[in-house]
Design a protein around this ligand. Structure first.
Ligand SMILES: *[C@@H]1O[C@H](CO)[C@@H](O)[C@H](O)[C@H]1NC(C)=O
Ligand SMILES: *[C@@H]1O[C@H](CO)[C@@H](O)[C@H](O)[C@H]1NC(C)=O
Ligand SMILES: *[C@@H]1O[C@H](CO)[C@@H](O)[C@H](O)[C@H]1NC(C)=O
Ligand SMILES: *[C@@H]1O[C@H](CO)[C@@H](O)[C@H](O)[C@H]1NC(C)=O
Ligand SMILES: *[C@@H]1O[C@H](CO)[C@@H](O)[C@H](O)[C@H]1NC(C)=O
Ligand SMILES: [Fe+2]
Length: 475
C-alpha cells in the first residue's frame, strides 16, 4: 500500500475498514481500488438447485410476500401454479393457535409476452393481522399444499427497533446467490427487504425470455416467502418491446409483483408508501413520468407532508436510478429527477435515499444542490445537514457484471465507493440512531466493509453530522 496523505485520526479507521485493497484519498471520500479476480457473472443454469420446481401436482411455486396495507397489519401472498389454476385461497393461523385457522380468498391472473404464456399467478391479501406475531400459511389448497411462515412487524412507534435488508439489481447469477446467502446468514438479522429495483434481468435474453422470471421467482422464494420485500421498479421491469408486439410497459412486473399502493392513496403500483415499525418508506418510480403535474408528482407532493416523524421518525426514499452517483456507468441519469425532487428531500428532511441501477456500492455525504436558479451560477453540491445520505446498492450480482469505472477525481460529496457485489443492512435502533452497514460478497457474511451511524434528521437535526465521524472536513 503506498503512502497517502491521510489525516491521523483516519488512519485507525482506514485500517479497520480497509484491511484489503488500496484506498485513494482524493478530492472526495475514499475510492476502494480493490482489484479482484474478475470472476464471471454468469446466470445459474436452468438445472440449478435454486431453480428446482417443487414436487407434486400443481405445487405452488415462486411464493413471495410483501406488505399488504399501510401500517404493517396486512400481507400480500403471491404464488404461481402451472398445471391448473387451483385455489387462490390461503389458510393461515397465528403461532400456537393451529385450532384457530383462518382463510383469505385471493384471485389469479395470467399474461402473455410475445410467445410466452405465464402460469396462474395468484395474489391473496391477508388483512387485520396482529402486530409482532408469527403466522403460518398454506398455499395450494386442494392440490399439493406448501406451508411457510412470516412475522408481522411491531406496531408503529418512534423507538421501535427494526432491521431492513437492502438489495438491488440482484439477477440470478452465482453472485446473486452469494448476496442472498450473506443476507440470510448476516449477524444483523433483517426482517424485511427494501428492494431497489431490477429483479430477474429476463429482458437481457432474446425475446425477454420470461422463463427467467420464473427461475428468479423460484430462486428468491427461500427468502421472499418468509419476509416481505418492498418492491421498487427498475429499468429491467419496463419490458417495453414494441418490436415483439409488447408495448405495455411494466406488464410483466406488475402482473407478478403486487404492492399495496392504494393504501397510500397512489393510483399506480409504481409509486407508493408503507409504514413499518419506526420507518416511513416512500417508493418512487424512476421510469414513470415525474415532472410537475404528473400523477407521481402530485402524489408525492401530498404524501410528504403526511409523514408524522413522531410516529415514524425514519423517512426513507427508494428509487432505482441514483441521484448522486460518481460512476461512469449511468452517469447523470438521475439528474432530471434530482432537479425536481431534491429540494423536497431537504425540506422534509429525508434521512436516506437508497437506489440501485449502478452495479456497485457508493455512499454520499449529506449534501444538497438546490440553490441554482438558472442565472445565479450556484450549482455545486454543498454540505447540508437537512439533506439525506444517498446510498447506491445496485450491487446484487446480476449477469451484466460490475460497474468498475469511476469518474475522477472522486467528487467531494462521495464518501465511499467500491465496485463489489454485496448488500446493505439498515439497523434502526431508536428515533435518533440507525446503523447502516454494507457487506461485500468476497468477505464472507459477517464482515462489514463500510458502515456509518445515521443520526435522524428530524430528531437530531443539528447534531454533529455522522459523516464527520468518518471523514475529515468536507469543505
Ligand atoms: C418463442 O420464439 C422463439 C423465437 O422464434 C423460440 O426460440 C422460442 O422457443 C419460442 N418459445 C416458445 C415458448 O414458443
Ligand atoms: C386442484 O384444486 C382445485 C381447487 O381446490 C380443485 O378444484 C381441483 O379438483 C384439484 N385438482 C385435482 C386434480 O385434484
Ligand atoms: C445457492 O446457495 C444456496 C445456499 O447457500 C446453496 O445451497 C446452493 O447450492 C447454491 N446454488 C448454486 C447454484 O450456487
Ligand atoms: C403524530 O403521531 C403521534 C404518535 O402516534 C400522535 O400522538 C400525533 O397526534 C400525530 N400527529 C398528527 C399531527 O397526526
Ligand atoms: C438510541 O440508540 C443509540 C445507539 O444504540 C444509543 O446510543 C442511544 O442511547 C439510544 N437513545 C436512547 C434515548 O435510548
Ligand atoms: Fe438498472
Amino acid at each position: 500500500m503506498e503512502h497517502l496523505p491521510i489525516p491521523l485520526p483516519l488512519v485507525s479507521l482506514l485500517v479497520a475498514v480497509f484491511s484489503i485493497g488500496q484506498i485513494c484519498f482524493c478530492n472526495g471520500g475514499w475510492s476502494s481500488n480493490f482489484v479482484r479476480d474478475d470472476y464471471l457473472s454468469l446466470d445459474m443454469p436452468f438445472d440449478s438447485d435454486v431453480f428446482q420446481v417443487p414436487k407434486g401436482y400443481n405445487a405452488p411455486q415462486q411464493v413471495h410476500i410483501t406488505q399488504g396495507d399501510h401500517v404493517g397489519k396486512g400481507v400480500i401472498i403471491s404464488w404461481i401454479t402451472t398445471e391448473e389454476p387451483g385455489s387462490s385461497s390461503v389458510t393461515y393461523w397465528p403461532e400456537e393457535q393451529e385450532s384457530n385457522k383462518l382463510q383469505a380468498h385471493g384471485y389469479f391472473l395470467t399474461y402473455n409476452f410475445f410467445n410466452y404464456t405465464s402460469g396462474y399467478i395468484h395474489h391473496c391479501t391477508l388483512q387485520d393481522l396482529e402486530f409482532d406475531t408469527k403466522y403460518y400459511y398454506v398455499v395450494g389448497i386442494g392440490n399439493t399444499t406448501r406451508q411457510f411462515w412470516f412475522r408481522t412487524p411491531p406496531p408503529l412507534g418512534p423507538d421501535v427497533p427494526y432491521t431492513f435488508g437492502l438489495i438491488g439489481d440482484l439477477g440470478q447469477t452465482y453472485n446473486s446467490n452469494t448476496t442472498l446467502r450473506h443476507y440470510e446468514l448476516s449477524p444483523r438479522k433483517g426482517y424485511a427487504i427494501l428492494y431497489v429495483g431490477d429483479l430477474s434481468y429476463a429482458d437481457d435474453y432474446p425475446f425477454h425470455d420470461n422463463t427467467r422470471w420464473d427461475t428468479w421467482g423460484r430462486f428468491t422464494e427461500r427468502v421472499a416467502a418468509y419476509q416481505p420485500w418492498i418492491w421498487t421498479a427498475g429499468n429491467h421491469e419496463i419490458d417495453f418491446a414494441p418490436e415483439l408486439g409488447e408495448s405495455r410497459a411494466f406488464k410483466v412486473y406488475t402482473s407478478r409483483y403486487h404492492v399495496p399502493y392504494k393504501a397510500s392513496g397512489s393510483t399506480s403500483p409504481l409509486w407508493y408508501s408503507i409504514k413499518r415499525a419506526s420507518a416511513y418508506v416512500i417508493v418512487m418510480s424512476s421510469y414513470s413520468a415525474f415532472g410537475k403535474y404528473t400523477p407521481q408528482y402530485k402524489w408525492l407532493e401530498k404524501e410528504l407532508p403526511k409523514v408524522n416523524r413522531t410516529e415514524t421518525p425514519w423517512l426513507i426514499v427508494l428509487m432505482h436510478s441514483p441521484i448522486y452517483s460518481s460512476y461512469v456507468t449511468h452517469y447523470m441519469e438521475g439528474e432530471p429527477i434530482r432537479v425536481i425532487y431534491e429540494k423536497w428531500f431537504v425540506e422534509y428532511k429525508v434521512d436516506v435515499v437508497f437506489a440501485g441501477h449502478v452495479h456497485a456500492y457508493e455512499r454520499s455525504e449529506r449534501v444538497s444542490n438546490i440553490a441554482y436558479d438558472i442565472v445565479n451560477g450556484m450549482c455545486k453540491p454543498i454540505n447540508d445537514e437537512s439533506a439525506p445520505v444517498y446510498i447506491t446498492v445496485g450491487d446484487g450480482g446480476n449477469l451484466e457484471g460490475l460497474a468498475t469505472e469511476m469518474t475522477e477525481p472522486q467528487p467531494r460529496y462521495s464518501a465511499f465507493r467500491e465496485a463489489s457485489f454485496g448488500h446493505g443492512i439498515l439497523d434502526i435502533k431508536n428515533r435518533t440512531h440507525a446503523y447502516f452497514s454494507w457487506n461485500r460478497n468476497q468477505d464472507g457474511y459477517a464482515v462489514e466493509a463500510d458502515s456509518v451511524w445515521l443520526h435522524n434528521r428530524y430528531w437530531t437535526p443539528s447534531s454533529q453530522s455522522e459523516a464527520a465521524s468518518h471523514h475529515a472536513a468536507f469543505r
